[in-house]
Design a protein around this ligand. Structure first.
Ligand code: BMA
Length: 327
C-alpha cells in the first residue's frame, strides 16, 4: 500500500471513481473545468499548473491569446475547480530582460513549492524553446532567473525538494519545431542558476509512448519512490496522439526508473480531448495530493484548448504501475 510522503490537503478537489469504472485514473464528470474563453483575450486555455495556496488554490495558466501568442496568466480558486484567471499575463520581472531579448513567449508552465517559495518553470523562447525559471511568493509578481538550459528544451519539471543538496529538474531536450523525438533527462543546480550533473532518465517505448515522452506534474514523493506522471506521444497517420502514463523513480537517484507503465493511464478518448485546436491531446501539467488519504487530483490540457481534471489514489495507481510495468 503505497503512501504519499507530504502534506495533508483535506480540501483537495475530488470525485470518487464512477460506478462500473475499473481504470486506475478516472476523469472528472464535469470536464472541462476551464473553457477556452474564460478570459476575454483567450483563444484557448490549457496545459496549466495549480498548487494549494493560503488555504485555497493558485495557479499559472497557459493562455494562448487571440493573436495566437502564448502567454502565462496567474489564477486563483477557492475549490480548485472554479478558477478566476487574471485577464492580463503574469507580471514577470527580469533584470536581464534587455540582455536576453525580453519575453517572447511562454507556455506549458509547471509550479513547484520549495521551502517558502514557488518555482515556476515553463517553455520560454530564447532563440528557440528552452526552460524559463522564475520564483514567486504571492502569485502576483514573478522574479525571473536565468534560463536553465540552452535551446532547445521543453517540459522542465522541478522536484519539490533538494536532492543530494541541490535543486533538481527533469527536462526534455528537443528541436525547434514539433520535435519527432524526446527522452527525459535529470539535472541538478546548487542555486537555480547553474545546472549540471545531467543524467539520462528514460526514453521512448512502444505504442502510446513511441515518438517522445516528457515529464508532467511535479513528481509526488511516496514511500515507494517518486511518482511521476508523464506524457507519451504516438505518431498516427493523422498526426501526434498525446496520452499519459506514470513511473516510479528512485528517491535518492531519481534518474533510476524502478517501474513504468506499459499501457497508458489516460488517452484522448473524450470529445474535449479529441476535438480542439490540436486534436487528440491529454497533457498533464499539475497534480494536487492529500497525504492523509492518498487522493491525487491531476490537471491536464484537453486538445490544446481546455483544462480538464482526472483523479486517482496513490495506492491504486502505484499498484497499477507495478503490475503493468515494463522498464
Ligand atoms: C507540444 C507542446 C504542448 C502541446 C503539444 C500538442 O509540443 O506544444 O503545449 O500540448 O505539443 O500540441
Amino acid at each position: 500500500m503505497a503512501k504519499i510522503i507530504g502534506s495533508s490537503l483535506p480540501n483537495i478537489p475530488w470525485q470518487d471513481r464512477p460506478e462500473g469504472c475499473s481504470d486506475a485514473v478516472w476523469r472528472y464528470s464535469m470536464n472541462p473545468i476551464v473553457p477556452r474563453n474564460a478570459v476575454p483575450c483567450a483563444n484557448s486555455i490549457f496545459n496549466s499548473a495549480v498548487v494549494p495556496f493560503e488555504g485555497e488554490f493558485a495557479g499559472v495558466f497557459r493562455v494562448d491569446d487571440k493573436r495566437r501568442e502564448m502567454r502565462i496568466h496567474s489564477a486563483h480558486s477557492k475549490d480548485g475547480i472554479h478558477w478566476n484567471i487574471d485577464p492580463e499575463p503574469f507580471n514577470l520581472l527580469n533584470p536581464q530582460a534587455e540582455e536576453v531579448g525580453g519575453f517572447v513567449y511562454g507556455y506549458d508552465p509547471r509550479c513547484c513549492k520549495i521551502g517558502d517559495e514557488w518555482v515556476v518553470t515553463w517553455c520560454n523562447w530564447y532563440h528557440g524553446p528552452t526552460i524559463g525559471v522564475a520564483t514567486t511568493t504571492d502569485f502576483k509578481t514573478y522574479f525571473q532567473k536565468e534560463n536553465a538550459f540552452l535551446p532547445f528544451n521543453r517540459n522542465g519539471v522541478m522536484f519539490p525538494e533538494k536532492i543530494n543538496g541541490n535543486y533538481a529538474m527533469l527536462s526534455r531536450p528537443s528541436d525547434n519545431g514539433h520535435t519527432p523525438f524526446g527522452d527525459i533527462y535529470y539535472s541538478e543546480s546548487p542555486d537555480l542558476c547553474y545546472w549540471g550533473k545531467h543524467r539520462y532518465v528514460m526514453g521512448t517505448k512502444g505504442g502510446w509512448q513511441s515518438t517522445k515522452i516528457g515529464a508532467g506534474p511535479i513528481p509526488i514523493k511516496t514511500d515507494e519512490g517518486w511518482l511521476l506522471f508523464y506524457h507519451g506521444v504516438l505518431t498516427s497517420c493523422n498526426g501526434f496522439v498525446y496520452s499519459f502514463g506514470a513511473c516510479l523513480l528512485d528517491l535518492d537517484k531519481p534518474w533510476k526508473v524502478i517501474y513504468r507503465t506499459e499501457p497508458y493511464l489516460l488517452s484522448p478518448q473524450m470529445p474535449y480531448e479529441q476535438i480542439g485546436d490540436v486534436p487528440n491531446v491529454a497533457f498533464p501539467c499539475a497534480a494536487l495530493t492529500d497525504a492523509d488519504t492518498g487522493r491525487i487530483a491531476i490537471y491536464y490540457g484537453g486538445a490544446d484548448t481546455v483544462i480538464c481534471m482526472a483523479f486517482t489514489k496513490v495506492d491504486e495507481v502505484v499498484d497499477f504501475i507495478k503490475k503493468n510495468s515494463k522498464v
